[in-house]
Design a protein around this ligand. Sequence first.
Ligand SMILES: Nc1ncnc2c1ncn2[C@@H]1O[C@H](COP(=O)(O)OP(=O)(O)OP(=O)(O)O)[C@@H](O)[C@H]1O
Ligand SMILES: [Mg+2]
Length: 431
Amino acid sequence: MNYTPKQIVKELDKYIIGQTKAKRAVAIALRNRYRRSRLPAESREEITPKNIVMSGPTGVGKTEIARRLAKLVGSPFVKVEATKYTEVGYVGRDVESMVRDLVEVAVRMVKDNKKKEVEDKVMPIVENKLVDALFQNRRVTMVDVQREALFDELHSGKCEDEIVEIVVLETPKPMMAFGGNEITLGSMFEGLTPQKHKKKKMMVRHAREALLQEESDKVIDMDNVNEEAITLAEEQGIIFIDEIDKIIGKSQATNSADVSREGVQRDILPIVEGSTVPTKYGNVKTDFILFIAAGAFHVAKMEDMIPELQGRFPIRVELESLTKEDFKKILSTPKNAVTVQYSNLLKVDNINLIFKDDALDEIAEMAARENETSEDLGARRLHTIMESVLEDVSFNATGEHPMLDVVIDRTYVKNVFKDKEQKFDLKKYVL
Ligand SMILES: Nc1ncnc2c1ncn2[C@@H]1O[C@H](COP(=O)(O)OP(=O)(O)OP(=O)(O)O)[C@@H](O)[C@H]1O
Ligand SMILES: [Mg+2]
């Protein structure tokens, strides 16, 4: 599915408040990648990919925009912290691990899709095995068991929690290899050692999952999966490089930390420019991978980045600080808004939360104020405030009572913070 920039922005609007410029920029970049991929090879190579740098204070939506974008268009997505490549132990080509990680994500996505495709085909085999297992259970206590009748019982969902014994493949234990890269013994000796089957006891619901996994693995052609995954990563992949500003030293690097930071920029350069990275699934060309970098840029400036890399990030957007009005919208309008999250959580314990508009006003105002007077956490501030507001309810809800309406209004919020705010004021005087 290829979304137009307008469609993308419209979708992002459902989750992210404000930040119109950033949304437009990512939407355009994504579309441009698609446009470029449709060109004939010779003119395509003339056009350099246009990657994005987002700058802005913490908690205003940088990561969220990139993550939502990837989810929306079904792209494989990884997020890396640029600073991790400056750590001791990381040298040179290890920046390529971001591409390897991306391919891993793509493989998982393709595999999941294939699994869904073959599910109908393998389900009868799985159910047969489950019924066999149930049959064994019944025979212990009953003389006359009708195997056929057990299918109905299985379908009725009544025995989901029953413990059955099934035979499944043993999952190989992960092993730590040099350099901390986790590989599995299974993948090293794939095809060399026969895979071991093992009897295991588990609930029917889990047994179904395990058997489904095993049976679909048998019919899915892994070579195809790997090939598709590589194409998916190459054509649709998005790599989010966070804290990019932290690998920018002062111009004219003099101390060793700056030198190492500049080294990381040089290492990243070929990947962003377009190169081939070997992975265990095959070679991956990075030409069409979309890179989105982000950072606060409090100290370092974009202009201090090595020029070659700057050139690969021509689209620069600044995200704005969030206002009280934004906070109020963030509290209630996005599909996954915090108030919705808490309502859903507490419904499990028979509490029906009702947020009054004036409560949202109060919380938003409080967030804006606290961001100003103490550390600026952006929208994350809302989470800390909401946690306090609902602490009492969260602690006391047990689920043993009938459904209860709990109305959160301005007075409720104010009461929660009465004591806290006094302490807050006190602190100001003591300091
Ligand atoms: N504009 C916004 N609209 C809706 N929710 C937002 C917005 N900005 C931030 N949030 C919420 O705040 C949280 C933090 O946002 P995010 O992770 O995007 O911060 P960030 O800008 O990447 O900050 P940092 O520089 O610390 O990484 C997320 O849970 C997100 O849902
Ligand atoms: Mg972030």
